[in-house]
Design a protein around this ligand. Structure first.
Ligand SMILES: C[S@@+](CC[C@H](N)C(=O)[O-])C[C@H]1O[C@@H](n2cnc3c(N)ncnc32)[C@H](O)[C@@H]1O
Length: 269
């Protein structure tokens, strides 16, 4: 069993082990809604979709602008047309095309899985196991096991590891992928610290569980990973790169860290 470092404490309310829920379970929070498209739209349909948002009384200008951008975003339209739960699908597709991350038969962990488009893309590669976690409920998929739990809860790494433990010992993942992103508060420094904490927790988890040769990808903000984190990853992986997929919005500080060739020797317990 790999050593389980104590998680970093956050101000978030903690839930105990019993508080976890599998996706599809009964939840007080509504699952992030996703509707199957009524028909598969073609390119022509998509061009016709340029939509203007009617100004509703009481809607803030920022919300109207967000809605307009959302309705006219080609990736949103394409995701809808292809039945993906969000435009984030295209970020993973691009990262996979560039770095060759998704492999048939692999064991994959998806951190920050809701609403589920990375899970959808990863499932296409026919992994042997795909487990995920999100603080929000995710409508279930055949072939994926997703729990509803705060990843910053000190029990979360153990819960995920227990899920990975099979009859013949721990199944170390080939890929830990994190698209975790905290809701922004508008307070720049608070948002930055919360994001850094999520990335560090994801990286700590990855180095505790990955199989030798495995890969870790993570959303990072503001010019890339923090220096300490980068140094740690450079020690533990053969290659560490930053990438900004085209599907990542221009002007967004978001980018992705891609670490490949895990050098650790996590062994089955
Ligand atoms: C950008 S979204 C992920 C999108 C997802 N990759 C997809 O393709 O559908 C970021 C997710 O991180 C989740 N998240 C943020 N903080 C979290 C935490 N502490 N524990 C678990 N999930 C968290 C959010 O609920 C949100 O669903």
């Amino acid at each position: 069993m790999p050593k389980n470092k104590p998680p970093k404490k956050t101000g978030q309310k903690k839930r105990d082990f019993a508080g976890q829920k599998m996706s599809g379970g009964v939840s007080k929070q509504p699952a992030r809604t996703w509707k199957k498209p009524e028909k598969q739209a073609g390119e022509a349909d998509m061009r016709m979709m340029d939509e203007r948002v009617k100004t509703a009384r009481g809607r803030k200008i920022s919300s109207t602008l967000w809605l307009r951008r959302q309705l006219n975003d080609p990736y949103v339209k394409k995701a809808r047309a292809l039945g993906y739960r969000s435009r984030a699908a295209f970020k993973l597709i691009e990262l996979d095309e560039k770095f060759g991350l998704l492999k048939k038969g692999a064991v994959i962990v998806d951190l920050g899985a809701a609403p589920g488009s990375w899970t959808q893309i990863a499932l296409k590669a026919k992994p042997s196991r795909l487990i995920g976690i999100d603080i929000l409920p995710v409508e279930s998929f055949p072939g994926a096991e997703i729990i509803e739990m705060d990843f910053m809860d000190e029990n979360a790494p153990n819960v995920l590891m227990k899920m990975l433990a099979g009859d013949h010992g721990m199944m170390h993942p080939d890929l830990v992928m994190s698209d975790l992103a905290a809701n922004t508060t508008g307070h720049r420094q608070t948002d930055h610290l919360r994001t850094v904490a999520l990335v560090e927790a994801a990286a700590d988890f990855a180095v505790q569980v990955l199989k030798p040769g495995g890969a870790f990808i993570s959303k990072v903000f503001q010019g890339g990973a923090e220096l300490n984190l980068l140094n740690m990853l450079n020690e533990k992986f053969d290659t560490v790169r930053h990438a900004k997929p085209k599907a990542s919005r221009d002007g967004s500080p978001e980018m992705y860290l891609v670490a490949k060739g895990f050098r650790g020797d996590n062994k089955a317990p």
